[in-house]
Design a protein around this ligand. Structure first.
Ligand code: FES
Ligand code: FES
Length: 162
């Protein structure tokens, strides 16, 4: 079937198999290979993209289910030559890790910063918590780095967090 979606600000119309995942659509049909296929089971976060500004595992979303939606991949975070503040902070804090986990970490962090409300480690559920390292770690816990190189990632996100 034919779907039309906005990918990194560009309208795309694609004929897809109804069984195709959003991740396969991005990588195999649209040539956007930033989002990685790590586990293909929703467990590693390597495929994280933003769907209408909210982070999602692209391996778990069917392409047909995002018909008409706005998708942002890691390729779309920068504005022209200007890096996204998270990309700059990752560079500054030496948080760039391997090409497999970093795109997902960046997209997840970009989505996370726009998600208010408590998390599993928030003490007072009635006030929006500050994004402490503990809160950031909890909110980024769906993005795995097999090397455990999380310290600098948290520091970079902390710098950009409001
Ligand atoms: S590839 Fe999607 S969560 Fe691992
Ligand atoms: S640096 Fe990417 S998985 Fe560890």
């Amino acid at each position: 079937m034919t779907i039309t979606l906005q990918v990194n600000g560009v309208p795309r119309t694609v004929d897809v198999d109804p069984r195709m995942s959003l991740l396969d659509l991005l990588r195999e049909r649209l040539g956007l290979i930033g989002a990685k296929k790590g586990c293909d089971h929703g467990q590693c976060g390597a495929c994280t993209v933003l769907i209408d500004g909210r982070r999602a595992n692209a391996c778990l979303a069917l392409a047909v289910a995002v018909d008409g939606r706005e998708i942002t991949t890691v390729e779309g975070l920068a504005t022209g030559e200007e890096l996204h503040p998270l990309q700059s902070a990752f560079m500054e804090h030496d948080a760039f890790q391997c090409g497999y986990c970093t795109p997902g970490q960046l997209c997840s962090a970009a989505g996370m910063l726009g998600e208010p409300g408590p998390s599993a480690v928030t003490d007072d559920l009635l006030v929006d918590p500050d994004l402490t390292p503990e809160e950031i770690s909890e909110r980024m816990s769906g993005n795995l780095c097999r090397c455990g190189a999380y310290v600098n990632i948290v520091r970079a996100i902390e710098e950009v967090a409001p």
